[in-house]
Design a protein around this ligand. Structure first.
Ligand code: F6P
Length: 358
């Protein structure tokens, strides 16, 4: 048996731990393991795979990033290329992928990725390649999976940053708006905002009104609390407004961002208070994985190999109620796990007086 490991899409802390455990488990079974570099990019070069050996994966559990490299523009079904006139277009190069797998004798693909990567993995599976998906994304928006690798570290990083912002906000009696990642889901904003005692948390699942945030700021003022911390998810939307999109390149999903700056000026205007904003950005994807992320990454990686060994294919490893399961990849592709509005986390935020913008 020969398996290829791929890490596609945005990186997340814990990827290396998953690569290591999948590699070591497979090697113990006597399988051969290779890595695909830079998303699916290396498949279209003279060196499509690199051997993954015991030596190559030694000491990487605690390393952030991915030793394989990744790319956000590496969808084999929509590969961007530059046309002669200098503009960009995309083409379907998935048949070449299947061909490379066949030529190099690769029996199965372990695709470690987020929702976009799972959509791609599902399409690859439909072309006859055996696939097992491993859930990775700091956004935590993978369907049917309680937690994806990278989320815990991202929340910890964001929480730590908001804690630091709070001390300067207090000194200057300012409104501080902190924009966090998460794409169309509010998991990072909700979990870090709650953990860092934000005064308002704005998530894509709840449209916000400026009035509601302003009311919260004045309510705090009336109690002598002269500063406020607003945590906003990059994908949050104002009632009657639209998402803040910075741009979209061919073969890539839209790039979100800019809402914090908007809130900084609107809130300052409406309250007469000084306001500042900052975007935590890719800081949330970096750094060493937390112990929890290392652990689930190791569990996910080993489970992927276990599932293949059992002869199960086209599955996705998920965590459900602290138990690892394998569910059909088909079930996950094209779906997104948003924050349920009836969850106890949302209830907790409301019950302790956090403004959710509605
Ligand atoms: O999906 C992970 C993520 O970090 C999102 O939270 C964010 O919107 C996006 O990736 C940023 O992607 P890029 O690395 O292309 O800027």
């Amino acid at each position: 048996m020969k398996i290829a490991i791929n890490t596609g899409g945005g990186d997340a802390p814990g990827l290396n731990a998953a690569i290591r455990s999948a590699t070591l488990s497979a090697l113990r079974m006597g399988w051969e393991v290779v890595g695909i570099q830079n998303g699916y990019g290396s498949l279209y070069t003279d060196e499509p795979f690199i051997p993954l050996t015991r030596e190559r994966v030694r000491g990487i559990t605690m390393l952030g990033g991915t030793i394989l490299g990744t790319a956000n523009r590496g969808n084999p079904f929509e590969m961007p290329y530059k046309k002669q006139d200098g503009t960009w277009d995309a083409e379907d190069r998935s048949d070449e992928l299947v061909d490379v797998f066949r030529r190099y004798g690769v029996d199965a693909l372990v695709a470690i990725g987020g929702d976009g990567s799972m959509r791609i993995a599902n399409r690859i599976a439909k072309k006859g390649v055996k696939v097992v998906g491993v859930p990775k994304t700091i956004d935590n928006d993978i369907w049917a999976c309680d937690i994806s690798l990278g989320f815990d570290t991202a929340v910890t990083t964001a929480t730590d940053a908001i804690d630091k912002i709070a001390t300067t906000a207090q000194s200057h009696r300012r409104i501080m708006v902190v924009e966090v990642m998460g794409r169309y889901a509010g998991w990072i904003a909700l979990h870090s905002g709650l953990s860092a005692s934000a005064d308002a948390i704005l998530i894509p699942e709840i449209e916000f009104s400026l009035e509601s945030i302003v009311d919260k700021i004045f309510e705090r003022e009336a109690k002598g609390e002269k500063y406020s911390i607003i945590v906003v998810a990059e994908g949050a939307v104002e009632v009657g407004g639209s998402r803040f999109v910075k741009g979209k390149k061919i073969g890539q999903s839209e790039q979100l961002g800019g809402i914090a700056e908007y809130l900084e000026s609107e809130l300052s205007e409406r309250t007469g208070k000084e306001s500042r904003s900052l975007v935590l950005g890719h800081l949330q994807r970096g750094g060493v994985p937390s112990a929890y992320d290392r652990l689930i990454s190791l569990r996910f990686g080993a489970a992927a190999v276990r599932v293949l060994d059992e002869g199960q294919v086209n599955k996705m490893i998920v965590m459900q109620q602290s138990t690892i399961r394998a569910i059909p990849l088909e079930e996950v592709a094209d779906k997104m796990k948003l924050v349920p509005l009836d969850s106890d986390t949302i209830a907790t935020a409301r019950e302790i007086g956090i403004c959710l913008g509605d």
